[in-house]
Design a protein around this ligand. Sequence first.
Ligand code: SF4
Ligand SMILES: [Zn+2]
Ligand SMILES: [Zn+2]
Length: 328
Amino acid sequence: MGCTERSTKIEPTKDSIDCNICKKKSVITLQHGSLCKTHFIRFFEDKVFKTINKYRLIERDDIICVAASGGKDSTAALYLTKKYFEKYKLPVQNFFALLINEGIVLHRDDSLRNLETFCKDEDISLDIVNVKDNFQTTIDAAAPRLRELGKKPCTVCGIWRRYILNKHARERGATKLITGHNLDDEAQSTMMNVFKANTTLTANLGPISGVQSHKLFVQRIKPLFFCTNEEVEVYTQLKGWTLDYCDCIYAEEGYRSHVKKMLNEFEKKFPGTKQGIIKSYLELIPLIKDNLIKEKRRGTIKLCTECGEPANQKVCNACKILTSLKTV
Ligand code: SF4
Ligand SMILES: [Zn+2]
Ligand SMILES: [Zn+2]
């Protein structure tokens, strides 16, 4: 059974600090002060809408696909995209959700049910695509063999998920793909790229990702880019949605979980660390991009000889993994 409960409920107590704006009891304390439920929800939604407007993430003619999982981040992104469409009177038929079912029974089954209920309640169109239909196996079924091959199931799942998200979103005519990455995720990705000297991948970070555009790549956008993990958690709790707040069973094995632990410990000791990483890299990303262009290190996008999808090499990573699984 999956876990759907957060350990502590978000409710003000008599000991809570007063809201900076209205003096009611607060539900969260941020770097610039404490906020009650009403003012925090307003602050959070304003921040997301400002990110969308400042970086022009959504434009009038866009067809938006939201990568949804039933988790807190993507559900917040999905809900706020709908709210944005309503606020700016954009055509709601130009917006849909997409869930990739990886075949992770202990993680995905509950979150899939939660998402189906959420989309029904909110009247959002939902597409579901199975990893099995694309790669003839599930992550659960492939995990033991992947470990024998020295591959982490989470890394493979990430590659296959990104592959299907891009392919399906494109085939459905989407011009942008929204992901629920928050500030914590982005700080982790930035540090992972630094530790592994992946400069080209760092250039892909930011509220709009992608150094190179290609007609087969759907541009990824991240409206929660400036929202911390805690803010998203508190927002979704206050909204009262039934969500899966637990990490996926394979996440612990991944490199990211180590970086996450390290950054969380560092943030506790030195508040503002994650914001600092994001702020400095946002200034550096244009320089990194320019440098890659100057040095012609971006590489040309080819088409995978196995599946025809865009790839950096002759055969894309998704197909390479599939081939290695088939070799005994
Ligand atoms: S945490 Fe890793 S294994 Fe789990 S769904 Fe995400 S990418 Fe897949
Ligand atoms: Zn208030
Ligand atoms: Zn391929």
